[in-house]
Design a protein around this ligand. Sequence first.
Ligand code: PEP
Length: 252
Amino acid sequence: MRRPIIAGNWKMHNTINEAVELVNGLNRNLADVDSVDIVVCPTYTALSDVNELLIDSNIALGAQDVYWEEKGAFTGEISPQMLKDVGASYCIIGHSERRKYFNETNETVNKKTKAALNAGLLPIVCVGESLEEREANRTFDVIKDHIEGSLQGLSKENMANVTIAYEPVWAIGTGKNATPDQAQEVHKYIRGLLKDLFDEEVANNTRIQYGGSVKPDNIKDLISEEDVDGALVGGASLKVDSFTGIVKGAVT
Ligand code: PEP
């Protein structure tokens, strides 16, 4: 039985004060939820203050990216050890916006994932096809490429700490979510890839989140699909009420 996981990707939103206000609201609303893993991923600048508010909370802290080196002359980057130091447990890696705007490749996603795991972080590894790729019937090829490239060289033991996020690029921030059938089709395909790459146990145990215009009114249908284990949420994670609705909608 895979425990649902709902993560909020705040992207480049929220000052420290706004982040604190949002987390205070989530702490109030979600304190009684004990059957879902809840994660918030603020900007780097708000991590420390948000962490203070999560110390006795059922909400975990995540970052939105990480670099693969431990320290050194890498201006502007943040290491996995620094994220651990500030209190993060999770880290989103390979979000499509990083792939699109910051030249993230499967190779860098793979390096970041390994470095995060070595530091004891729990990576949320993002994969997903663009609209052109879907329309050209290349969805499965792209997903295979992302999964194989991003997870290359990981052990079965590593995989116990990895979450996959399937995020079709055409559904992110567009208000046009994948239908539950579309999500299930790809999630099932990913589980098959995990079986080929690792084994049946890894395939059965790895949590696969769906991401792309998840809202309180579509989470129930999405998560009721057999292979959908939660959601990575962008826009709707920025408001207390909508993120609360999504988390509560994932309670089974
Ligand atoms: C995301 O950025 O990971 C995302 C899924 O965004 P949204 O929920 O806004 O589509």
